[in-house]
Design a protein around this ligand. Sequence first.
Ligand code: CTP
Length: 395
Amino acid sequence: MLTDRRILLILSGSVAAYKALDLTRLLRKAGAAVTGVLTAGGARFVTREALAGITGARVHDDLWAAEAEIGHIRLARWPDLVVVAPASADLLAKMAHGLADDLASTILLATRAPVLVAPAMNPAMWEHPATRANLALLQARGVQVVGPGVGAMAEPESGPGRLSEPPEILAAIEAILSPAGRPLAGRHALVTSGPTHEPIDPVRYIANRSSGKQGHAIAAALAALGARVTLVSGPVVVPDPPGVTVLRVESAREMLAACEAALPADIAVMAAAVADWRVAQASTQKLKKAPGAAAPILEMALNPDILATLSRHQRRPGLVIGFAAETEKVVEHAREKRLRKGCDWIVANDVSGGVMGGESNTVHLVTAGGVEDWPELPKAAVAERLAQRIAQALG
Ligand code: CTP
């Protein structure tokens, strides 16, 4: 049931927009309060009168009129959940890039509520690399997606792009808003992500190819299940996930200090590619080359192992998960790493391909109980699956 839950329903342009009226009827039957917002495209397919009739509330479609009446910020703050159904390729692109040139996109930029999108578009548009990239970006930020379905389209062609049926969208909404949809509520999760930078001198450092995409997606997925998340991140360019406390660090030693300061935690997911070594004596002045002088030889020192430290910590998180980036004997090395580092699970991945910085990941989950081989999935999907497994393990 969705008794008294507040849903802001945004309809963008699609021939499938009529299904949103049926969705509204189901939502109201389940007890939800629904406020409708139409984009200019949406208004081509559904009238504001029809939407107002079914929601039983005023429909908003004009940024400037909304401004005069209640303001887009108040509309953005009102809902427990924002649902975009149908979500056109255009609106997804605007969301991904933070455009805010009409009421719907402005609300989507201003809201702190969770967002569910139900895409609907022509199969070629759905499969276009631009749409794929926009969706991956949105998912990495915690936006949830239902559908699209595969089947006959309005045009004489078929493929992926059909708006999900209203009962399916309703089920996705209930999953997000019901207590069962937030199984990690009340839990604190600590996540590390990205590379570390180990200084050589004030202008040079040693780094690695980690992008932070996987770790940030895990932080977003844990937050989406209701966890309070502290994300300790090395230097990355991926955006901060919404609803997550982000602590930025540079070196392995700073990362360890930030992690220890963030304890206690129920869950620790150490996805960062921490540098194993640092330069033993980083120079406080820029190293200068002098004519005829030999190239400097850098002496390295071992960095603290953050995963192993937390696994054996006095305030050890209940579930400690490490990653193993391997180029050969992936599972064998991961098994050994799990025991050596004292963590509960290892997410092992083969990094001999282009995983580092790439969009997808093929992982094996190594636990005390055995090994699960997961198929190749987008990093956001790996994150969601891992978050679900964590929720299951914590009961
Ligand atoms: N890790 C860490 N602190 C370090 C090094 C690694 O917390 N100083 C964590 C990583 O975040 C990851 C796991 O340990 O969760 C595995 O890292 P990896 O570099 O694969 O392990 P190593 O111990 O370096 O093993 P190997 O030398 O076999 O690569």
